[in-house]
Design a protein around this ligand. Structure first.
Ligand code: AAO
Length: 449
């Protein structure tokens, strides 16, 4: 898991395709106040031109000049977010460069083409296999051939390792605290370990994007030598429970990575678009409940995904003049702003308060409603039913009047826990409730200003 920041936990928000200026503003406006410890940003390096979101995943050079902002803007974002208590995790694309199907001028003015990244990489810096991966059952092919025609870097070479380490060291020098390693499955684990050893801070946090899939030879567990791995099966399991019934959701992590090594999310930018059997914002109320569970339960290191609305899989965020327009949560027609939904912001605070307290006092109705405590620190109820739930719950909480942090930010709804730790509540259909010792009536302002 990403290192815990005292008083703030380690929850991350992933602001997909947000510009550096917009991320900076959001750190101050919502991410810091909501209690996030990290924000994952889209790849910052120079990339191929075009309006699709995925140009971010075709590097042209390691200059920090992109549709998301300039180097100076990136540096300013790191500082502004740092002041708000939020550290940066950079999505880094180091498996490959641009696709072999295009050539031209990148977002920072560098020219590029097949085997040609002047001053950086030439033909010898790419693997000899020059065809596309067709069989994920073939380890050699997955790690030596091209992922969707992307020119595959020879990460076994000293020179390529140095260039990648230089890039990551540049980001560390700017204050970046962690990295998502894109397409890690396509790089031998030993190459990644060798690259990490060259960093100015070899203990910096890494999480590998390795889409675990039954029957494939390369699995997320193989990468634990250089960091954590994302656990895609968690997201698939989560969707399966919420689509069916959640009474058995305590088994969600059976057979998965250990909790301390698993990066978990309800969705990410790939899974919300491609067929992965996961939830997305298009699921509505169940998606909110999935996020409540993600943040309330004690498995894995959670990242809340926040992107933009789309119908066309390839469509990028709105652009003007070669740059993505600054995201704004006021523009709800475009940006989902999941990270600032009342329920989710409330659960980030919940997670920060309960910390590592174990799951206790489990309750379920054998169908589609569950509840559990986190030691004597908090209690959550999730009702995945099309009807309301009226129930009395036994908690380990001290008696008192608590704010339902899912219902409001202003303690507009309270829950009274009696001397024996019980409370009764009515939870709406497809609704949730969460209380914790960090938000009792009187603790939080009831006036939003
Ligand atoms: C674009 C165009 C291409 C063009 C290329 C070059 O779309 O037509 O050839 O440019 O000009 C993103 C986009 C791509 C885009 C690319 C470059 O998604 O559309 O290509 O940028 O601009 C594999 C990798 C995984 C990768 C994923 C997309 O293993 O690393 O494909 N994700 C990352 C990023 C992603 C990005 C890249 C990598 C490239 O997050 O956004 O691509 O930088 C199975 C395998 C997986 C495999 C998937 C998809 O997964 O196990 O390893 O992921 O297939 O091929 C169930 C199954 C599971 C299956 C999954 C998905 O969950 O259990 O096994 O479904 O089907």
């Amino acid at each position: 898991a990403a290192p815990v920041v005292p008083g703030r936990g380690n929850t991350a928000a992933n602001l997909f395709q947000w510009t550096w200026n917009a991320v900076a503003a959001e750190c101050t406006r919502t991410l810091g106040p909501n209690g996030y410890a990290y924000v994952q940003v889209s790849p910052p390096q120079e990339h191929v031109p075009g309006g699709a979101w995925w140009t971010s995943y075709q590097p042209v050079s390691y200059r920090l000049e992109s549709k998301l902002g300039t180097r100076a803007e990136f540096a300013a974002m790191v500082d502004t977010c740092g002041d708000a208590g939020v550290k940066i995790i950079a999505d880094t694309v180091i498996n490959h460069m641009a696709g072999a199907d295009s050539s031209g001028t990148g977002s920072g003015g560098s020219s590029y083409g097949v085997d040609s990244f002047p001053g950086l990489y030439g033909r010898n810096d790419f693997n000899d296999c020059r065809t596309d991966i067709t069989n994920y059952g073939d380890r050699w092919q997955v790690q030596n051939c091209r992922l969707v025609s992307l020119q595959d870097l020879r990460t076994g070479s000293d020179y390529v390792r140095t260039k990648i380490a230089d890039y990551m060291n540049d980001l560390i020098g700017l204050g970046v605290a962690g990295f998502r390693i894109d397409a890690a499955k396509h790089i031998p684990a030993s190459d990644l370990e060798a690259i990490k050893a060259r960093l100015s801070d070899p203990s910096v946090f890494w999480v590998h994007e390795v889409i675990g899939s039954a029957g494939e030879p390369i699995q997320p567990s193989e990468y634990l030598g250089s960091g954590d791995s994302h656990e895609f099966q968690y997201a698939r399991n989560l969707a399966g429970y919420f689509d069916g019934n959640i009474a058995g959701i305590r088994g969600i992590s059976n057979g998965l990575l250990g909790s301390d090594r698993a990066g978990v999310f309800v969705d990410n930018h790939d899974t919300e678009r491609d067929t992965h059997g996961t939830m997305s914002y298009k699921w509505g109320a169940k998606y909110v409940l999935g996020n409540v569970f993600l943040l309330g339960y004690d498995y894995g290191w959670p990242t809340v995904y926040s992107g933009y609305k789309f119908t066309d899989r390839d469509a990028g965020a709105p652009m003007s003049g070669g740059r993505v327009q600054d995201a704004s949560c006021a523009n709800g027609a475009v940006w989902t702003c999941t990270h600032d939904w009342t329920e989710i912001a409330g659960m980030v605070g919940f997670r920060n308060t309960v910390g590592s307290a174990p799951v206790t006092r489990w309750w379920d109705n054998g169908a589609n409603a569950i509840a559990f405590g986190r030691g004597d620190r908090g209690y959550v109820v999730v009702n995945n039913q099309a009807s309301g739930l009226n129930q009395t719950f036994q908690t380990s909480l001290p008696a008192g009047t608590y704010c339902d942090v899912v219902a409001s930010r202003t303690c507009a709804e309270t829950i009274t826990v009696d001397d024996s730790g019980r409370f009764s509540a009515q939870i709406p259909q497809y609704g949730a409730l969460a209380i914790h010792v960090g938000a009792r009536a009187g603790d939080v302002p009831t006036d939003p200003t």
